[in-house]
Design a protein around this ligand. Structure first.
Ligand SMILES: Nc1ncnc2c1ncn2[C@@H]1O[C@H](COP(=O)(O)OP(=O)(O)OP(=O)(O)O)[C@@H](O)[C@H]1O
Ligand SMILES: O=c1[nH]c(=O)c2[nH+]cn([C@@H]3O[C@H](COP(=O)(O)O)[C@@H](O)[C@H]3O)c2[nH]1
Ligand SMILES: NC(=O)CC[C@H](N)C(=O)O
Ligand SMILES: [Mg+2]
Length: 537
């Protein structure tokens, strides 16, 4: 089954809003806000042919765009969208696109408008039974980001809101449920933006607000069972991270022991991590788990390697090799015990990955080659099952809580596939991994003690490939340096360094230097992303 077919399956189970993406940097936020209103929505590129749509939306949102509507190569929507007979909301470029299709006029603005604006509502002007601005005070603060504007709206459109610089900041058709707004309701700077979007999807499109994690669980369990059938078996790699754990627990609920989880001990996991994951997943959550001990194999292949990309490639390729060997073994055992062959591979793909891959803007430049299980499929001839592909990270966390996964796992910071290997700069040896591991363990322990863990998106200790001079017990030391990294981030695409309290830093530095042999200096990383990245390699 193709991934669009899977998406359509889900879209057909809920009242769904279709968001057509013209490449705006805020498009995914429209999706977020609508989901927060409890309504399911799908983001598709603006080039989507309406006749090829696999579900019937209850309403359509046209996003903003970096293009100017007057550009020769500007993207345009399939005009059939206006014949769907469902409500339409155009945001910024989307408004201009509505005007272009329905006979209005747009032009390049004299001056760009970026930032706050005060929107004054004209309640008289909205003739529809449900008002787009229901419960919104007038004036209200909105966020503008545009160069072009409406010169005149199409026939039968009236103004329902304006600002001092935009006469047509909000317009509506007098009889049809078609709306256009020049500002961005999806960004938090538009203070009543969420209410406006909720008014559109629930009040105007009349969607049922049934997108909740508990309804998702019921429907998803049913979908998985139908997909896999009464005898099918599924295999999946689990890391102990949030995504793979939630996906694994969902599979366990759906098909029990016909789901086989594999944890690869690559020798570069955190301190005691493999034992802990085994305890939680197998002992507490009852998942059918195999731990493949491949630490020697990984560390052997990493010997003498210092180049970050080479390390990543070695770990990625070795991971695939180990996982394949394990899955053949499990397949064999499964056949012999009468459970049937393994036909499916579980992946913890999330919605941001899906958005990225269908992005209207196309793929972005490779900064680092991320290791995940994507490379497995070609050789394995397994069908893919991705129960989280409709969810954002915070939805995955909510789902995890609902599935009774312990809090410390649900709120765990992300951990990269290549693990500590990309946090030990220079050659990765067993001894170096051990130093980084111990320092990291102390660091995280103290962050938790200080009650800061949840405020931080990701924190870890890296071991730098340099030595510095120190003095301990009147003796000269010449030892290594630990760098502490902690960042705040929503999506890990951009990040700011976390302002760690000085007292906490003092305690951490003191403990690391005293307790971790081989370290005599601790630094705190104050670089944001960009221009740095979150990981050192
Ligand atoms: N050591 C490992 N053993 C088995 N599978 C792994 C290992 N490391 C990574 N994976 C696989 O690679 C996938 C991608 O890793 P990723 O870190 O993005 O997700 P995660 O670990 O599930 O969650 P999180 O993002 O919270 O760390 C995991 O979901 C898991 O399937
Ligand atoms: O599963 C993963 N496999 C990888 O190879 C990998 N490399 C980086 N990361 C994580 O991605 C986020 C962004 O990291 P960077 O700013 O270093 O690119 C951060 O959360 C990183 O921890 C990885 N995750
Ligand atoms: N944010 C937007 O959608 C901007 C649309 C268009 N690029 C403009 O400048 O008006
Ligand atoms: Mg991980």
């Amino acid at each position: 089954m193709s991934s669009t077919e899977v998406a359509a399956q889900v879209a057909n189970m809920y009242d769904t809003i279709l968001i057509l993406d013209f490449g705006s940097q805020y498009s995914h936020l429209i999706t977020r806000r609508i989901r927060e209103a409890g309504v399911y929505c799908e983001l598709l590129p603006c080039t989507q042919k309406i006749s090829e749509l696999k579900f019937k939306p209850k309403g359509v949102v046209l996003s903003g765009s970096p293009y100017s509507i007057t550009d020769k190569d500007a993207p345009h929507v399939d005009p059939e969208v206006f014949n769907l007979g469902v409500p339409i909301l155009g945001i910024c470029y989307g408004l201009q696109e509505i005007a272009r299709n329905l006979g209005g006029e747009t032009s390049l603005a004299v001056k760009r408008e970026y930032g706050h604006a005060e929107l004054t509502l004209d309640p008289q002007a909205d003739h529809h039974s449900f008002h787009l601005f229901q419960d919104v005070p007038s004036p209200t603060n909105v966020w503008m980001s545009h160069g072009d504007h409406l010169e005149s709206p199409p026939n039968d459109f009236v103004i329902i809101g304006s600002t001092s610089t935009s006469a047509y900041a909000a317009v509506a058709h007098t009889t049809l449920p078609i709306y256009g707004i020049q500002f961005h309701p999806e960004v938090t700077h538009s203070v009543d933006g969420s209410i406006i979007l909720r008014n559109f999807v629930i009040g105007i499109c009349q969607c049922e607000a049934n997108w909740t994690m508990s309804s998702f669980v019921d429907k998803e369990l049913e979908r998985i069972r139908n997909l896999v059938g009464p005898t099918g078996s599924v295999i999946g790699a689990v890391s102990g991270g949030v995504d793979s754990t939630v996906a694994a627990v969902l599979m366990k609920r759906a098909i029990g022991d016909r789901f086989h989880a594999v944890l690869v001990d690559n020798g570069v996991m955190r301190l005691n991590e493999c034992e802990q994951v085994k305890k939680t997943l197998a002992d507490n959550l009852g998942i059918n788990l195999t731990v493949a001990d491949a630490a020697d194999l990984f560390l052997g292949r990493l010997k003498g390697v210092t180049d970050p990309e080479k390390k990543r490639k070695i770990i990625g390729n070795t991971f695939i090799e180990v996982f394949e060997t394990e899955s053949h073994r499990i397949d064999e055992v499964s056949r012999q015990s009468g459970l049937g062959p393994i036909e499916w591979l579980l992946q913890g793909t999330l919605y941001p990955d899906v958005i990225e891959s269908i992005s209207f803007k196309g793929p972005s430049a490779t900064i680092k080659s991320h290791h995940n299980v994507g490379g497995l499929l070609e050789n394995m001839r397994l069908k893919l099952i991705e129960p989280l592909r409709e969810l954002f990270k915070d939805e995955v966390r909510a789902l995890g809580t609902l599935l009774d996964i312990p809090d410390d796992l649900v709120w765990r910071h992300p951990f990269p596939g290549p693990g500590i290997a990309i946090r030990v700069l220079g050659e990765v040896t067993r001894e170096q991994v051990e130093i980084a591991r111990r320092a990291d363990h102390i660091y995280i322990e103290e962050i938790k003690k200080a009650g800061l863990y949840r405020q931080i998106a990701q924190a870890y200790a890296a071991l730098l490939p340099v030595r510095s001079v120190g003095v301990m017990g009147d003796q000269r030391t010449y030892e290594q340096v630990i760098a502490l990294r902690a960042v705040e981030s929503k999506d890990f695409m951009t990040a700011d360094w976390f302002p760690m309290p000085v007292e906490t830093l003092k305690r951490i530095s003191n403990r690391i230097i005293n307790e971790v042999q081989g370290v005599n200096r601790v630094l705190y990383d104050v670089s944001s992303k960009p221009p740095s990245t979150i990981e050192f390699e």
